[in-house]
Ligand binder design. Structure first.
Ligand code: C5P
Length: 323
């Protein structure tokens, strides 16, 4: 048996960051949006043949066997799969450990979400693995059980399960869906080399030794989402980690300027970066921004949000021909 679950990339429309807590994590008040770049995670019982081959995506595949589980990772041409751990530290394998009801599994990850890009690609893989494991074994655990497992795996993992547009508090793991009446068009520019999230947070602490305990609230942004007004949303976008990310990667400042000069309503760093995202006024507008940025950057993508959280896209009864 095998189950394939699709999970989306996230961006942070608002990322308010407070002073570090005693456990080292930063209190957040954030608004996540799931956008249409996806990782597909297939989990099979180890006794069955994998349901699909990784060669269905263009980039190379890396594989490893950890304890009883085995993992292979492939990706779109712009995804640096070499940067994805294939040992027991891979977050999808940690998710299976968290969820395990017995038996070994084969895990295949097909990535569209940039690695170490500030788009929660690892969190998407973890959420997808949790859900795939649940459905593969027909456990049908309640949402609150899956969400608690997700929170133990990482701050963004609960949102990857929920998707849509949602507010995140705590360290980001306390997620509550919010009203969003827009269809938002984004242009996405990944970087060839990722940024370490802990490093960006550490740099934020250096730049803001007096950060308030309470992170900034997204009041105006919530109103813009409820009204579905792109110009108003563009004005309200806010990322407290952007200054740190741009300080570590000054070229991101040029990229944001170019996207805005190319017609975007607003450009910003996604989460801890280095991916940058550009809000456009319409689908046609996003095609223009994509064309403008493609003159200078090798990899320029378009995406729409909000989209669904982790969901099953395929189930196979391997070897019987049943689908
Ligand atoms: O929770 P997650 O494993 O995704 O966090 C990765 C790292 O990002 C943490 O180890 C921490 O350094 C930083 N982080 C933080 N505050 C948060 C979320 C993440 O400092 N709210």
């Amino acid at each position: 048996m095998s189950t394939t679950v699709r999970a989306a990339a996230k961006i942070n429309l608002h990322l308010g960051v407070g002073a570090p807590r005693e456990d080292g994590f930063h209190p957040l008040d954030t608004v996540y949006q799931a956008i249409s770049l996806y990782d597909d995670v297939t989990v099979s019982t180890a006794s069955s043949t994998p349901s699909s081959t990784a060669s269905s995506t263009p980039n190379s595949t890396v594989s490893s066997t950890v304890a009883e589980d085995s993992l292979s990772v492939s990706g779109s041409s712009y995804v640096d799969v070499a940067g994805v751990p294939t040992d027991a530290t891979n977050i999808a394998l940690r998710a299976l450990d968290e969820a395990r009801c017995g038996g070994a599994h084969l895990v295949e990850i097909a990535k569209q979400i940039p690695v170490a890009g500030g788009m929660a690609g690892g969190s998407a893989d973890a959420a997808a693995a949790l859900l795939a494991h649940d459905r593969l074994h027909d456990l049908r655990q309640p949402d609150d059980v899956l969400l608690a497992q997700a929170a133990r795996l990482g701050s963004d993992v609960p949102f990857s399960l929920v998707g849509g547009t949602a507010r995140g508090r705590g360290r980001g793991e306390v997620v509550e869906p919010i009203v969003d009446h827009g269809t938002w068009w984004w242009v996405v520019v990944p970087a060839a080399v990722g940024l370490s999230t802990p490093e960006v947070y550490r740099h934020f602490d250096r730049l803001h030794p007096d950060a308030p305990a309470q992170p900034a609230e997204p009041t105006e942004l919530l109103a813009a989402l409820a009204r579905g007004e792109p110009v108003r949303l563009a004005r309200a976008l806010h990322n407290d980690l952007q200054e740190a990310a741009v300080d570590l990667r000054p070229e991101l400042g040029d990229l944001i300027d170019r996207g805005e000069a190319g017609g975007a309503l607003r450009g910003m760093v996604s989460g801890s970066g280095p991916t940058c995202v550009f809000l456009c006024d319409s689908q046609e507008g996003s095609a223009e921004v994509l064309a403008a940025l493609s003159a200078s950057y090798d990899v320029v993508l378009s995406a729409v949000g909000p989209v669904a959280g982790a969901h099953v896209v395929d189930m196979h009864q391997v070897g019987t021909g049943l689908r």
